[in-house]
Design a protein around this ligand. Structure first.
Ligand code: ADP
Length: 395
C-alpha cells in the first residue's frame, strides 16, 4: 500500500509517497511559498529527475491538488491513479495531552487538534488545513494523525511540571510537552536494534540536533524527559531559537528597548540561537565551522549546552547505555560530536573511534569496542516512521 506522508507548515508543504510493504520511497517533494508570490513545487520521483515548477498556489488545497497531479502525471508521475494511494499520514505538531499515540482522523480528532491551536499557533492551524484539503480531494481515503508530542506523553509529572503555580497547569495545561517525538521514537528503537538488546531494558539519550534541536531520555522503553517544553523554544541552543534563558531577560529587553512581548518572542525564536551568538554570522552550522571567532563561539556554546543536557539526563535515568546523535547536525558534523563527547563526556567512559566518527550517512557505533557507554549515529527518518504508524492503523 502506498502511503502519502504530508507535513504542512504555514506556507510550505513537504510530502513523500512511501510503499508501506517494502518501505521504499516512491517519490518526494515540496511546495513552497503557498499563498505568496512565486509559489513553486519540487517533485522528485525515486530514481528519476527532480522537476521544479513555478505555479501559483493560493492555499494548501491548491498545493495538495498539485501534489496529487504530480504523483499521477502520465509522463513523470509514479502512480496511475489516486486509487493507488491507500492512506495519508499527517504530521501534527501539537497533540496536547489528548494524544499519546497516532490515531485515525475523525471529526472528534480534528476538534481535539483544533483545541491545541493555542499551544502551537503557527503549526496546528496549518496541519488542520492540510487534513481538510486532503479530505476534500481524496474522499474515502483514511487519514492518520501522527503527533510530534505523542512519544513524550509517558513523561512523569515531576519531569513535565514547571515550578509555577499549579493552577496554570490545571487551568491552561501549561506543562512540558516536548517535540520531535517521531524522531526520538524512531531513533531510540533503532538504537536498541543496533545494540541487539531489548528496548525495555535500556537507558538511551537521543540528541536530535537539526535547525530545531532537542534531547530526550528514554528509560526502559519510555520517554522520561525531554528538553523542549510547552513550545519548541525551550532547551538546547538551536539555529535561531535561544533555548533556555533566564525569563527575566524578556522584561529587561522590553524595558531597555521599549519592545512588546510579541517582538521579543520573535527575537528569541528567529534571531537567537547560534545565529544570535555568532552576531548574525549564520544559523547554518556548516557556515559556523569557518574558523572565525564568532562561529567558534557559537559552536562551543552549542556543544556545552548539549553536553549539559546529556549530563542531566544521565542523572534523571541514573545511568545511560547509549547516546544517539541524529538530524542535520547530529548526523553530519563529526566535529560537534567530538567536541561534545571528548570535551565533556569522558566521565561516562566514552572513547570515540575517530575513523568511525568521520563516516557519513549510515547507522554506526562511533565508539571503540571498550567504550563503557556507546555513542551511535542514527540517521532519522520521520517520514518512514509516520508511514509505518499510518499503515499499522489502516491495513
Ligand atoms: P530541520 O529539519 O530542523 O530544518 P535538519 O535536521 O534538516 O533541520 O538540519 C538542518 C541543519 O543541519 C542545517 O542548519 C545545517 O546547519 C546542519 N547541517 C547539515 N549538514 C551539515 C554538515 N555537513 N555539517 C554541519 N552541519 C550540517
Amino acid at each position: 500500500m502506498n502511503i502519502l506522508v504530508i507535513n504542512c507548515g504555514s506556507s510550505s508543504l513537504k510530502f513523500q509517497l512511501i510503499d508501506a510493504e517494502t518501505e521504499k520511497l516512491t517519490a518526494k517533494g515540496l511546495c513552497e511559498r503557498i499563498g505568496i508570490d512565486g509559489s513553486q513545487i519540487t517533485f522528485s520521483p525515486a530514481g528519476g529527475e527532480k522537476i521544479k515548477k513555478e505555479v501559483p498556489m493560493a492555499d494548501h488545497k491548491d498545493a495538495i491538488r498539485l501534489v496529487l497531479e504530480a504523483l499521477t502525471d502520465a509522463d513523470t508521475g509514479v502512480v496511475k491513479s489516486l486509487e493507488e494511494i491507500g492512506a495519508v499520514g499527517h504530521r501534527i505538531v501539537h497533540g496536547g495531552e489528548s494524544f499519546a499515540k497516532a490515531t485515525v482522523i475523525t471529526p472528534d480528532v480534528k476538534a481535539a487538534i483544533a483545541e491545541c491551536c493555542d499551544l502551537a499557533p503557527l503549526h496546528n492551524p496549518a496541519n488542520l488545513i492540510g487534513i481538510e484539503a486532503c479530505e476534500a480531494l481524496m474522499p474515502g481515503v483514511p487519514m492518520v494523525a501522527v503527533f510530534d508530542t505523542a512519544f513524550h506523553q509517558t513523561m512523569p509529572e515531576e519531569a513535565y511540571l514547571y515550578a509555577i503555580p499549579y493552577r496554570y497547569y490545571e487551568k491552561y495545561k501549561i506543562r512540558r510537552y516536548g517535540f520531535h517525538g517521531t524522531s526520538h521514537d524512531y531513533v531510540s528503537h533503532r538504537a536498541a536494534d543496533l545494540l541487539g538488546k531489548p528496548y525495555e531494558e535500556l537507558k538511551i539519550i537521543v540528541c536530535h540536533l537539526g535547525n530545531g534541536a532537542s534531547v530526550s531520555a528514554v528509560k526502559n522503553g519510555k520517554c522520561v524527559d525531554t528538553s523542549m517544553g510547552l513550545t519548541p523554544l525551550e532547551g538546547l541552543i538551536m539555529g535561531t531559537r535561544s533555548g533556555d534563558i533566564d525569563p527575566a531577560i524578556i522584561e529587561f529587553i522590553a524595558n531597555k528597548e521599549d519592545k512588546s512581548i510579541g517582538e521579543i518572542m520573535t527575537i528569541l525564536n528567529k534571531e537567537s540561537g547560534v545565529l544570535g551568538i555568532s552576531d548574525g554570522l549564520s544559523s547554518d552550522f556548516r557556515d559556523l565551522e569557518d574558523g572565525s571567532v564568532a562561529g567558534n563561539r557559537a559552536l562551543k556554546a552549542f556543544a556545552l549546552r548539549t553536553a549539559k543536557y546529556i549530563g542531566s539526563y544521565v542523572a534523571a535515568m541514573n545511568g545511560v547505555d547509549a547516546i544517539c546523535f541524529t538530524a542535520g547536525v547530529g548526523e553530519n558534523s563529526p566535529e560537534i560530536r567530538e567536541e561534545i563527547c571528548n570535551e565533556y563526556l569522558g566521565y561516562l567512559g566514552i572513547t570515540l573511534d575517530d575513523e568511525a566518527n568521520h563516516k557519513r550517512g549510515e547507522e554506526i557505533d562511533v565508539t571503540t569496542a571498550d567504550s563503557k557507554t556507546k555513542v551511535l549515529v542514527i540517521p532519522t527518518n520521520e517520514e518512514l516512521a509516520i508511514a509505518r504508524q499510518t499503515y499499522a492503523l489502516v491495513k
